[in-house]
Every structure is written in structure tokens, then in C-alpha cells.
Design a binder for this molecule. Sequence first.
Ligand code: NAD
Length: 451
Amino acid sequence: MDMLHELLNRHKQYFFTGETKSYEFRKKQLETLREVIKEYEPEVLVALKEDLHKSEWEAYTTEIGFLLEEIKFTLKHLKEWMSPEKVKSPITHLGSKSMIHQEPYGVTLIIAPWNYPFQLQLAPLVGAIAAGNCAVLKPSELTPAVSAVISKMIREVFPDEYVSVVQGGVETSTELLKQPFDHIFFTGSVPVGKIVMEAAAKQLIPVTLELGGKSPAIVDQDANLKLAAKRILWGKFTNAGQTCVAPDYLYVHSDVKLELLQHMSEALLEFYGEDPLLSDKYSHIVSDKHFERLKSFLTNGDVLIGGQHKESERVISPTIIDNISWDDPVMQEEIFGPILPVLEFTDLNQVVDEVRRRPKPLALYFFSESEEKQDMITSSLSFGGGCMNDTLMHIVTPHLPFGGVGSSGTGSYHGKSSFEAFSHRKSIVKQTTNFDFSFRYPSAKNGLKMI
Ligand code: NAD
């Protein structure tokens, strides 16, 4: 506790020197981060294999490559994002100028989950550095190999009072949350998100919460079924379903259910071959606890495709289960694994009602050729973000803010939104001293008086 307090104090003292605020400093640190990520790429790939059995291709596209793109985009726009924004002044402010300054919060705490352990720790750091902050990183204890690499590479390039890494589990996280940080950026589950928000509320620390939930993939009668099948399964089984924005369950129109499932069966064969348990393109489950939790879902409904698993390697084949109801355990929590339950509907309004009755999803995917229906879904349901006729793609562009709404999260990041997530918008009026209006002051004499 004292050690963490001492660490935070060192960060604060360093922040108060003002060194982190200049454009040159931020640019240099982002370039340093880019270079060290490139240097450590082989070690990161090995660590991701060790912790999650992630294939090199998936590790590069979803973690390393993603980060390099994010840094490139940030470097390109940083100067423009940093410059104070001039705004109009009303007539009552005659003679003055009004500006919005982007002020770094100070020292931020970034707590990361295990599913994309490298990217989800460092992508917020890109925003924190760009906005001129100091940062304490808390990687996940469930991916020890990646956490060790993060710690080593950060130590190599950043002084401890600028960016530091604190490794540990719940206890460490709990102690960190007692410290007077200037901002907390948390990525993780909804229950822990509530703990983080409660802890932050005690000290009124601003928070960004990137959480999860049950994200539906809805396939209507008029969808391109072959593409829908491929895109839903790609989104679902990337990282073996351990993706916050993975389609959690499939909601398909009864008329096209069989055809869609047939396409899905073909797509899975194409993606992972006859035996996905042996595929080197397929991630494994992060821990025994998560493996057991997921295995218990295999008894829900009827397994249509998959269901094979190997405990010693914590791997479960891509699984589709049918004859599921909202009361089944698999529909009571975020699945976060390679199991796709199938529900069917005959009326799209019924889907809208069902989704509305539940916590607001982090993502929603709708498959239909009808623009009218796409607009109806977009305007009538509240969710963090999503795609029409695709999955996941909305989070891999720096031009779109990524975040949840309600129980799926608070705030957003990626691209300019990352810079904004770590900045306070400070309003400043620069008043003239060349003249003054006396009517705004109280006067012992009645009536208005101009000087
Ligand atoms: P988690 O909430 O269990 O853990 C996240 C972090 O919080 C870890 O660093 C962990 O050490 C810490 N933590 C755990 N329990 C804590 C406690 N009681 N008090 C304080 N800190 C605690 O989440 P996870 O299992 O690592 O990740 C999976 C969850 O994260 C899923 O719900 C997923 O949807 C969500 N997620 C969201 C996003 C997003 O961007 N919205 C991205 C990835 C994962």
C-alpha cells in the first residue's frame, strides 16, 4: 500500500514538472513505444502463444499490428488534436476570446483484461501518452507471460515516474483503486466494472469503463446467408470467442435458420479443418476456471456442431448449440468462449423487444439487405456500436469511437477518442482590460449605469 502510494507520488511529482505536456515530448514517447513494440514483437508472439495459444497471424492482426496502426494515426493527428479550440463568445462577452484547452488528467491507472492482453494494455497507453499523462499499467494476472513482457519492455524505455507497470491480481488491483489517481481506464467484466466505479466514486475520480455483455448477431430472412455465416463465425471464433465484441448469441429468422446453419458448417470446415482441436489457427481457453465454466454450457440445449474438448490443453472446438431458451444458463451471462447458442424469431419486432429488455449490449450485428430494416435496428436499439452485415469491423478503425453504453461501458477510445478519453476539456475566457461594463456589478444606486 505504502509502496503504491509512494509510486503514485513519484508519478505526480514528475507530472507536475510539466515535461509530459509538450508536443515534442509526446511525439518522442509515441515513437519510442512504436519502436519497442517492433523490437519485442518476437517475444510478444511467443508469450501470446504460451498464454492463449494465439496464432502468429491472429496475434499480429489483433494485437501488434493494431497498436502500430493506432500509434501511426495518433502521430499524424496529434498536433491538431492538441491545439486549443477557438469557440464563439456571446455579446455579453464583448472584447473577450473563448477557448477550450485539452488538459491531461495527470496520472492515470490503466487496468487490462487477459483476452487481448498486449493490445488492451497498450492501446489506452497510446491515448494517455498522446494526451500528456503519466500512467500506471496493471496487466492481467491470467496471462503471466504477456504481462512479464509488457513489464520488461516498458521498464526498458520509460522512466518509472512516467510509465510504470504494477503486476498482480485482485488484491493489487484493489489497493491501486484506493490511490488518488487522476483518471482510471478499466477494461474488463461488468461485475468488476461496478467495483471500479464504486472505488472511483469514493474519490470522484473520472473513469472510462470498457466492459462486456451479451452482443447479439441477428440474421433476417433477406440476408446474404453465405456471407453472414462466414462473418459471424469469424467474429465469434477469433480468439476462441474470448473477444468482448464477439457475437454472443445468434438470433435467426426461422425461415432461413437451416440454410444459415448449413453455410456455417461449411465455413467452419474451411476455417479450422476436420479437427479444430488440433488447429494452430485456433486459440485455447485462458484458464481452468474459464474452461470449466464453458464446458458446463455444453449441456445446455442440443449441440449441433462441435462440442469436442480437451481438458489438458484447455481447448473447446467451435460449438453451435440449438434449442436454447433465455432461461438456460448459457443465456444468463456473457459466454466469452467458443459456444454460439441459436435462437430463432419470426417477427423482427420480437427481437427488438427481447434485446430492449436486457442490459444494453456492447455490440450488435444485424444481417439484412434492407436499408430500412438496418435503420430501424440502429435507431430503435441502444448498444455500444456494431455493424450491418459484418462483425467486429467497427472496432478496427481509428475513425470510429469504440465503447459501450450503460452496463456495457462508459466513455470510448480509439483514434481521436483515445486522446479525448485521457483529456479534460478546460474552458477559458480571455477577457480584455481595455474597457468594462459596469452593469454587471451590483450598485447601491438604482438603475443601469455604463462607465
Ligand atoms: P475481469 O473484470 O475479471 O478483470 C479485468 C482486470 O480487473 C484484471 O486486470 C483483474 O486483475 C482486475 N480485477 C479482477 N477482479 C477485480 C476486483 N475484484 N477488483 C479490482 N480489480 C479486479 O475481466 P477479464 O476476465 O480479465 O476480461 C473479460 C471481460 O472483459 C469480459 O467481460 C469482456 O467482455 C471484457 N472486455 C471488454 C473489452 C472492451 O473493450 N469493452 C475488451 C476486452 C474484454
